[in-house]
Design a protein around this ligand. Structure first.
Ligand code: FE2
Ligand code: FE2
Length: 268
């Protein structure tokens, strides 16, 4: 099956565990072929603009999702549930960039990177589900944000906009907030969650770096100034200002310099 059709098949799978199982199997197929010196066809697909989603969780507008108090078990379950939801959306976002923009000619490394990222997001979702299940809960037990797919819809026609908003803004935000989450679970003496979140934190740096790499590649192709283009695209597609404090160290590691994000804060 061509890669773009594998991507579409993942997008059209509603159940979380089923989606991640397909995602990981397709990633292995791609990677095994690449390791053997073969390349699967990229092909083309018709990815759905509205995702297949399980009946649960109930999706609510962000302001209607109950606030969580991390000092309680319920609060920590809510936190893990929110991360599981983010990871599941990330699986779809990474496959969607492959399917949606299959008509844009890109080097093979572009597909290697997003297949790897999608595989890792699938693992992250499963890790969060395992942590929830140990605490007697599961993905779908609580309401979740409805807005997470909006970035994909808004940038469905614009690959550079997609790279600017998804890996370079949303996933970079993950680098800012994950250390605080790890601290919450360390204090609660929950080693399984600490370990899972540390895996997520370590692997997300590369996803942000893939975003920066391919964004700069396309700026080179179109002879555009990366910083100016980034600012214009985020202002166009991202709703609201970027929020400090920023994890400057990990952002730098991922190839996002301060003059990319500081001018996009409320005071920048
Ligand atoms: Fe992730
Ligand atoms: Fe990611």
């Amino acid at each position: 099956m061509p890669l773009a059709q594998m991507a579409e098949a993942v997008l059209r799978t509603a159940d979380g565990r089923e989606k991640t199982a397909r995602s990981r199997a397709f990633a292995e197929e791609w990677q095994t072929a690449r390791a053997a010196g073969r390349t699967l066809e990229i092909g083309e697909a018709s990815p759905p603009l509205h995702l297949a989603r399980p009946a649960r969780p109930e999706l609510l507008s962000p302001r209607d999702v109950p606030r969580r108090k991390p000092g309680t078990v319920e609060g920590r379950i809510a936190l893990l549930h929110a991360v599981a939801h983010i990871e599941l959306n990330a699986v779809d976002l990474h496959w969607d960039i492959i399917a949606r923009f299959a008509d844009v000619k890109m080097p093979l490394g572009f597909y290697d990177d997003w297949v790897k990222a999608a595989d890792e997001e699938s693992k992250h979702f499963n890790l969060m589900c395992d942590c929830l299940e140990v605490l007697g809960s599961h993905y779908g037990a609580l309401p979740a944000h409805a807005g997470m797919w909006r970035a994909a819809e808004d940038t469905a026609e614009d690959l550079m906009g997609r790279l600017a908003v998804v890996p370079m803004v949303l996933e970079a935000r993950g680098l800012d907030v994950t250390p605080g989450m790890i601290e919450i679970f360390r204090k609660a003496k929950a080693p399984q969650a600490v370990e899972a979140l540390e895996t997520i934190y370590a692997e997300e740096v590369a996803h942000v770096a893939y975003g920066s790499k391919w964004f700069h590649f396309l700026c080179g192709r179109h002879d555009e100034d990366p910083k100016e283009r980034f600012h214009a695209l985020v202002r166009r597609y991202f709703h609201g200002a970027l929020k400090p404090p920023f994890n400057e160290e990990k952002r730098a590691e991922a190839g996002i310099p301060p003059d990319f994000y500081w001018p996009l804060t409320a005071t920048g």
